[in-house]
Write a protein that binds this ligand. Structure first.
Ligand code: CMC
Length: 405
């Protein structure tokens, strides 16, 4: 009642107060818990930043040690999970597999639904006190720990390869690379340069405030469902080509363009609205996404090891033409996080449809940071139930089928 205008696409609706991520879209500023993304990308690591996002401050040595141990410890998947992975077709999209895998974990820990979530309970969960709270704690802890393992299982099942237990003694991303590609040789160690590059990419993707997938996670969690189901919903939302699927879409677009010479014609087709320039534009940024500068630099580090990607020239030409074209300038369209990241993943040898998974794995941390913040809100959680403006028929009477024309 009283509603006159629908805010389609939530252009101007704030649904929560948050202390996690700050974005100034006009100036191209991104900060996690106050720290500039550039500083974190240079000096921090994904796991340290994960702690920062979830708990609000950088960890002490001791806190980091405990956190790292816990994440690594819980990363092993329950044996029963393997049966789920074997049920997928060989060509299933790995994002569908990942989404299903998180939902499946929800079925294993259905008691993780948070019937009476409160500040006190969350404190107990974090201190690991009591039986039921410990079960609940599995929801958030396991979810963030299991992401790489489930992703690696989705990767290997499609290649008909055996699953690999996460190894001890490697960094988070080196362990992930090991799980993906380990062929059974004792001496296999992922390249430290590639592991570091992936770590930077994970850090940059860890959170981005209320994007579509994070909103989905919070919307889903507002009914107090278990965090596994909420993360599965987040994965489903992220999968779309306008969001986390854009890194895959960028590479498909560059392949379809074919060569730098074809870029001007492609740009004209975009301006006629026949094509979309994937990896450009953002709801919040009205200038270049600050993450894309860091990713561009990281790409050069990776190319030193892997060799340059053959699509790089086309991407650079596309970037330069679009950035100087009136159509894009007027609409404030600039590269977003996905424009360059796909080139790195391709150079590292990941299959194209695995790219969105590489976005989802670190983003689980951001989702859970927001989940935790919402659960701790003073006054508890309010179910997210937006309103609509009804524009359908007014009252009318039922007509039996034989009388309808
Ligand atoms: N190519 C061509 N035109 C575009 C593009 C693009 N990539 N993005 C926006 N526009 C145009 C759009 O047609 C509109 O023009 P007009 O005002 O003449 O109708 C104007 O720019 C404003 O765009 P919008 O659609 O109102 O912007 P939005 O905030 O609703 O959508 C977006 C944001 C990211 C969905 C959109 O820019 C897009 O589709 N980009 C391509 C997909 C992509 O790269 N997604 C990744 C986003 S960043 C990472 C993430 O969050 O996952």
């Amino acid at each position: 009642r009283g509603l006159r205008v629908a805010d389609k696409g939530f252009l101007n609706t704030a649904v929560i107060t948050s202390e996690i991520t700050y974005i100034d879209g006009e100036k191209g500023v991104l900060r996690y818990r106050g720290y500039p993304i550039e500083q974190l990308a240079l000096d921090s690591s994904f796991l340290e930043t994960a702690y920062l996002l979830i708990y609000g401050n950088l960890p002490t040595k001791e806190q980091y040690h405990v956190f790292e141990g816990e994440v690594m410890h819980h990363s092993i998947a329950h044996q029963d999970t393997e049966g789920l992975f074997r049920a997928f077709r060989y060509d299933a999209h790995p994002m569908s597999i990942l989404t299903s895998a998180f939902a499946y974990l929800g079925s294993m820990y259905s008691e993780a639904r948070c019937f009476h979530f409160s500040h006190a309970l969350l404190k107990m969960i974090e201190l690991n006190i009591g039986h039921r709270p410990t079960r609940l704690c599995k929801g958030s802890r396991y979810t963030r720990s299991k992401a790489t393992t489930l992703a690696a299982m989705a990767y290997r099942i499609r290649q008909g390869r055996k699953f690999v237990t996460p190894p001890a003694g490697l960094s988070y991303t080196a362990s992930f690379l090991y799980q993906l590609d380990h062929l059974g040789e004792e001496s296999y160690t992922p390249s430290p340069i590639l592991a570091k590059a992936l770590d930077v990419l994970f850090l940059l993707h860890a959170d981005h405030e209320l994007n579509a997938s994070c909103t989905t996670v919070l919307q889903t969690s507002s009914s107090l469902v278990d965090p596994y189901s909420a993360v599965a919903a987040g994965c489903a939302s992220l999968y779309g080509p306008l969001h986390g699927g854009a890194n895959e879409a960028v590479i498909r677009m560059l392949i379809s363009i074919g060569s730098p010479d074809n870029v001007p014609a492609f740009v004209e087709a975009v301006k006629r609205r026949e094509k979309v320039l994937s990896g450009f534009g953002h709801r919040v940024y009205k200038t270049t996404d600050p993450r894309s500068f860091i990713i561009r630099k990281t790409a050069d580090e990776v190319f030193k090891v892997t060799g340059k990607d053959e699509l790089l020239e086309t991407a650079m030409r596309l970037h330069d033409i679009a950035m100087n074209d009136e159509y894009f300038i007027k609409r404030k369209l600039a590269p977003n996080v996905d424009f360059w990241s796909g080139l790195i993943y391709r150079a590292m040898g990941f299959p194209l449809d695995f790219f969105p998974v590489l976005f989802a794995v670190p983003r689980v941390v951001g989702w859970l940071a927001h989940w935790r913040q919402m659960m701790l809100q003073p006054g508890g959680v309010k179910i997210w139930r937006p309103r609509q403006i009804y524009v359908g028929p007014t009252r009318r009477d039922y007509i039996p089928m034989e009388d309808r024309v």
